[in-house]
Structures are given as C-alpha cells and as structure tokens.
Design a protein around this ligand. Structure first.
Ligand code: ADP
Length: 714
C-alpha cells in the first residue's frame, strides 16, 4: 500500500517541470502517504551547506519556525548533515528530545536545537535520506516520526525496515528535482537569449536615438511583471540626466525625471560607480512623485559603454520588483544599449563635423584637393573642378598619371617630374605656399596655378594623406611680369643719372672734407646725400639684376677667389654702416680658395651683413663665420667634394617659422620690417648662390636671433 503510494508519487514528481512545485509538495505528499511519518524537512545543498526549503508538520512556535527556515547545516552537522557527509541514509530514535538525533552541532545552531528539543516530543524518530543523483548529493530529505499519539489510529513506527524503500524513493525524487531545475535553468537561458535578441533587434532596426531608446525600454520593461520604467541619458558634460524614454510612469514621476542634475538624482551612485542598485523607493531620495504614483521598489542599472556611463535604466514597480529583475540578464543588455547609445552619439557628432567641414570646403573660392597616403584623390570641391576644367574628378587615378593628365609644367616650361607634384611634396611631409606651376587645359590654354600644400597627419603622427589648395594666378602673373618689365625699364633709365649724381656727391663730399674750415652742417648734409644716393643705386642695381636673371642674361665671371680675403674686405667696407655693432670675422683658415664670381659673392655677403645690421639691436655683435668642410660632413651633403660654409649671425627678434620659408621669394618682406628695402636682397642672394651650385638657408630662433648661411662647392 505504502509502496504503491510512493510509486504513484514518484511518477507524479517525474512529470512536474516546475522545481518549486516539487519542493513545495514533496514532504506534504509523503506525510499523507506514510503512516510512519508525521513531519519533515527538505534540505537543499548549495556551496556545501544545507538550507531548508520546506518545513512541514513540526509543532513549533512562529519564532522557532522562522529560525529553522534560516538555519544552515554544514556537512556532518545534525542528522541531515551526517547523511550529506556519508551520502547514506541515517536513522535515529531519540528518547530525550530532537537534539539527541543530531551528531555534532555548530555553536551557532545550539540555541535552535535547544528550542527544537523543547518544543518537539522527547520521543521521536528521524530518518535523513540523501537526495542522490549519480555521485552527487543535491540535498537531504529528513522525515520525522513524532512518537505515538493516542488520537492517531493509523500511527506506525519508523524503523530500519522502511529505509531501503524510502531511500529508493529519495533517489527518484532527487532526479525529479534535478531535472526540473535543469529544465528551469534552460528555460531561463532561453528567456534571456530571447530578451537579448529582442534588444539587439530593437537597437539594429532603430531609425534614430529616440526610436532606439523607446524600443529598448519597451523590451526590457516587458520582461518584468508589472514594471514601469525610464531610460535616462547622461549629457556630454556628465552633469545632467535627461529622460529619453518612459514606459507607464505616473505623470508626476515622468515630470520629476525629465531633467535632473546627477548629484540630486536618486541614482547618482549608479552614474558614479557604474554599478546597479536595487532598493525600496525613498521619499528622501526625491522619489516622492513615484511613491504617490503607487510604485514601491526601484532598480537602477548603468548603461555602460566600455568604462563610461552613457545613461541609466530605471525600473519601478510593486513590492517584489527587485526579485524579478534578473541582474545577469539586465547587465549585458545595459552594456549593449550603452555601446549603442555611445555609437549613435559619436556618429551624430562626426556627421555634424563632416557637414561643417563640407560647408567650409565647398564655400572656399580656392580649389581644394585631398588625397590619401597613396596619392589617390579622396575629395575635391567645386572650385577645384572648375579650375581644372573637369566635370568629375578621376578618383582612382594614380599619382604618377597626374603630370601628364593635367599637362603640368614648371615655370620654366619643363615637364613636371613626379617628385615635384604638389601632392608628392606634401605627402613627403613638406609644407609649402605659393608653389607655381603651369597647367595646360584641353583646349591648349595655359594657366598658372599657385599651390599651397601640407601633409595630413593621423592620430599617431603618421602621414595619412595630403591637402592641396590652389588658385589661378595667371592674371596676377601677367601683372607681375608687366611690373617687372616696367621696373627693369625704370631701373635702366634711372641708373645713369643716379650714377652721375653719386659721382658728383662723392666729389663734393671729398672737397668739403678737405676744406680747412669745413662747415659741419654742409658736411652732414653731403654725407647723408651720398649715403642715400648709394642706397638708391643699390636698389636700382638689384632691380637690374632681377631683370637680367629673368632674361637669362646674368652670366658669372668665374675666377679663383680667396674667400678669407674677400670676407675681410666686405667687413672693412661695412664697418662705417655698422655703427656701434661689433663686426667679427671667425675663421681658422688663412686661405680658402673657391672658383666663383667675386662680385656676386661679395654682393651676397654684403647683403647678409647689411641685413644683420638693419634687423638687430644697436651694439649687438654680428659674426661672419667662414670654414672649410670635408666632403663627408653634413654641410657637404649633396655635393661631390669639400665645401666652404659662410654664415652671418645676428642677435635680435628672429623670424617666425612660417615666414622663414618665404624670405627668399622675390619682393617678400616681413610686414613688421621698419627699414626701407625692396625685398630683393635675399632673393638675389639665393639666385647667385644657386648659380654657383650652392645652397642658402636660414636658421632663426624667435627672441634669440638669426643665422643666414650658404655653402659653395670648392
Ligand atoms: P629687404 O631687406 O630689402 O627687405 P631682403 O630680401 O634682404 O629684403 O630681406 C627680406 C626680409 O627678410 C626683410 O624684410 C626682413 O624682414 C627679413 N630679414 C632679412 N634678414 C634678416 C635678419 N638678419 N634678421 C631678421 N630679419 C631679416
């Protein structure tokens, strides 16, 4: 009869899939079926401890009942602990109270066992049956016979004979519990996966941020019974939380959450520490409007994008809400949402930047071209297309095809090599301005374009492309040519009368100086006259030199020149103009012979020294340095043999880096130059040095001074 009952019960258990139903009904069903059992405790094992899941039939007061519910037994502790330890059924009869059934008891549990002994009959029998699944014991079923009670006619003792059958049943029950638990876990995983999938779909199909947060919130709130919720986004300064979406919040609650300073918000900790928080709603955390709306508990989850918080998911609901909020599910969802929000914001940011850049680029009157590291065009504005007379840009065109495609020539009309292309120069790291080239249109017309370019650096400093800006300077080039021609004619016409004036002024000055009682005012006037006329003559000579260079008529008169001797001469000549500047020649050689045009090199040195005088404070020293360098020295790089290096150093305000590159251009003067000049000295110096196969450059440090240096091959 009992065996039949047990068989029926076990086949029922196997058919139940909810573990909770099994746990609740197991002990009560046994008490119904077995006359030898009046009470029982179902213990389940977690982390090596037994905890009661069901307590039934024990005549205990409420406090002891509650204490028993919260008690934990270690392996070996009490009769149930012993069954767990040995994985074997235990049977124990007591005559002096329940405590007698227990083996060792942890002192923490002593008071409870005292209470149990005091409240349960002193004569009782307990059987502890391990719930075994294979080699694992998932808990213990403790069945208790409370002793004979005269009113209970069906009472039977609990003894050893029943144990084998009971243990066989316990094993079946254990399998049923385990299976139901596994099934429940699988169901939960499936629910999680489905929820995750729904969130991912909501994210990927959203049309914008608003749409996304709304759909995500609907999915998440739908997972939790009776929940309402809100999605709060953190502003870029991380100061405020703004309500981005809400689901069934009481109206006052929604108003309250609309815009909150983080510090005053009920979830400030969640924003600061990036950890979720679950708790009852609190009046003093400002959650009054939610409480009056009938909500009781809150769960706040950070929306994390990597290490940063992008917002907060707030869930509200009745008591028990926090029990239903599955952290293991919601945290990964919130991370996913956090990343999605960060991406959307980033995308919005970069598109607005792109729009701005586009507006700037298209509205520029100059042509703007951008290329990638391989020199392929990636962007061109309308002005560029118009200037190049193209309908669309050949985006896939390799760099090497450009010179031919645009029929590019340098200003002397020579075909352009690949290295001299504006893009190639910028990709090599060069920054340049007003680089002029001739382009031939399809109709054969010739345009002069002025190019400026610079490399585009990636975040790691590598060159990832180049920008080139250009404009048509054909008209101004023509004007410049006309101006040069006019200046050449004017200079030519001015030279002879000026030379005559200078000869007479010199003569008059010498006479006045030789006169016994010279009038100091006349002497002063004549000195200024000769100086000014010489200055004008130098300017006129410079203009004539420029026009000779343009006409290709400037030839060098080469001869062997001792540069040391020449340097001494120039210094002596410049001394009167130097005023209080000490002029110092630094040279370790007695002789440094170069084959050069003495007049032109003298002109270069004179120009550099007179610039140094003009552009440095009075009394500061000016040093002319002269040395010989072997072929393997850095200064001789690019030359086939030894070189002479000549440099002029002065103290002074120095020259800004962006101006240094332009100093050697024709007519270029730094705007702040107060002294008069035409801006031709350095241009001519460079022309003369280059005609000698040499190189000239400037090194300047603002606030320290400048050095103009040139090398001549020896
Ligand atoms: P100019 O002296 O007639 O202006 P240059 O071609 O000799 O023409 O010089 C061009 C510009 O370079 C000058 O206007 C001046 O601003 C700058 N410059 C030349 N030499 C120096 C120097 N030693 N120190 C500072 N600036 C200089």
């Amino acid at each position: 009869m009992q065996v039949t009952g047990l068989l029926k019960l076990s086949s029922y258990l196997v058919s139940v899939i909810d573990p909770q139903t099994i746990l609740t009904n197991l002990v009560s069903s046994l008490v119904e079926i077995l006359p030898s059992v009046q009470a029982g405790v179902l213990w389940l094992e977690t982390n090596g401890r037994l905890r009661p899941k069901t307590v039934l039939g024990l005549p205990l007061d409420a406090a002891t009942h509650e204490a028993l519910h919260h008690c934990q037994l270690r392996s070996g502790e009490g009769l149930a602990g012993l069954a767990l330890q040995h994985a074997e059924p235990q049977l124990k009869s007591a005559t002096r109270g329940y405590q007698q059934t227990a083996a060792a008891i942890n002192p923490v549990n002593d008071p409870l066992f005292h209470q149990l002994s005091a409240q349960l009959p002193s004569r009782l029998t307990a059987a502890a049956l391990p719930l075994r699944v294979g080699s694992e014991t998932i808990g213990v079923l403790e069945l208790i016979n409370l002793g004979h009670n005269s009113s209970d006619s069906a009472w039977q003792p609990l003894d050893q004979t029943a144990i084998p059958v009971l243990q066989a049943f316990a094993n079946l029950a254990a399998s049923a519990i385990k299976n139901a638990q596994l099934y429940a876990a699988a169901q939960q995983s499936e629910r999680r996966l489905k929820a995750f999938d729904a969130v991912v779909t909501a994210i990927s199909t959203a049309t914008d941020l608003d749409d996304m947060v709304r759909s995500v919130l609907d999915v998440v709130v739908g997972l939790i019974p009776d929940a309402s919720g809100a999605l709060l986004l953190l502003d870029p300064t991380h100061d405020h939380l703004a309500l981005a979406a809400q689901h069934q919040l009481p109206p006052d609650g929604a108003t309250y959450l609309a815009q909150l300073p983080v510090a005053d918000s009920p979830c400030a900790e969640v924003v600061h520490y990036g950890q979720p928080m679950q708790r009852p709603l609190l009046e003093d955390r400002g959650e009054g409007p939610l409480i009056t709306g009938g909500l009781v508990e809150a769960a706040y989850f950070p929306l994390l994008a990597g290490g940063t918080v992008a917002g907060v998911l707030a869930l509200y609901g009745p008591p028990g809400l926090t029990m239903h909020t599955d952290k293991d599910l919601l945290m990964p969802i919130c991370n996913q949402v956090g990343f999605a929000i960060a991406n959307v914001l980033l995308y919005a940011d970069s598109s607005s930047e792109r729009r701005k850049l586009n507006t700037v680029v298209t509205s520029i009157a100059e042509g703007v071209l951008l290329c990638d590291a391989a020199g392929r065009l990636t962007l061109a504005n309308d002005a560029a297309l118009a200037l190049l007379r193209l309908d669309s840009l050949p985006f896939e065109q390799p760099l090497a095809a450009m010179p031919d495609f645009y029929r590019m020539r340098d200003m002397e009309g020579r075909p352009l090599s690949l290295e001299d292309l504006p893009f190639t120069r910028a990709l090599a790291g060069e920054v340049f301005q007003d680089y002029r080239l001739i382009l031939h249109g399809s109709s054969g017309d010739e345009t002069v374009m002025s190019f400026s370019g610079a490399p585009a650096h990636a975040g790691d400093g590598m060159i990832e492309g180049a920008v080139v800006v250009f404009r048509d300077v054909t008209a101004s080039q023509k004007v410049e040519r006309a101006k040069d021609e006019f200046l050449a004619v004017a200079a030519h016409e001015l030279r002879s009368p000026l030379a005559a004036v200078r000869s007479y002024a010199d003569l008059l000055l010498r006479r006045e100086q030789q006169r016994g009682e010279a009038d100091p005012r006349d002497l002063h006037g004549l000195t200024i006259l000769t100086q000014q006329v010489s200055h004008m003559l130098r300017m006129v000579d410079n203009l004539l030199d420029v026009s000779r260079i343009d006409a290709g008529q400037l030839d060098l008169q080469l001869q062997r020149v001792n540069l040391v001797h020449l340097a001494n001469q120039v210094i002596d000549q410049q001394r009167p103009a130097a005023g209080q500047h000490p002029l110092i020649l630094e040279c370790n050689e007695d002789e440094l012979v170069a084959t050069c045009d003495m007049l032109r090199i003298r002109q270069v040195l004179t120009n550099l020294i007179s610039n140094a005088i003009k552009y440095s404070p009075p009394e500061s020293p000016i040093i002319l340095h002269l040395c010989h360098r072997d072929a393997d020295s850095p200064e001789a790089e690019g030359f086939s043999g030894p070189v002479a290096v000549l440099s002029v150093t002065n103290e002074g305000a120095g020259i800004a880096p962006e101006q240094q590159a332009r100093l050697f251009q024709r007519y270029y003067r730094v705007r702040s130059s107060r002294t008069e000049g035409l801006g031709l000295g350095l241009y001519l110096s460079r022309q003369f040095v280059q005609m000698h196969g040499g190189r000239i450059w400037v090194e300047s440090n603002e606030d320290i001074g400048s050095t103009f240096a040139f090398v001549l091959p020896l």
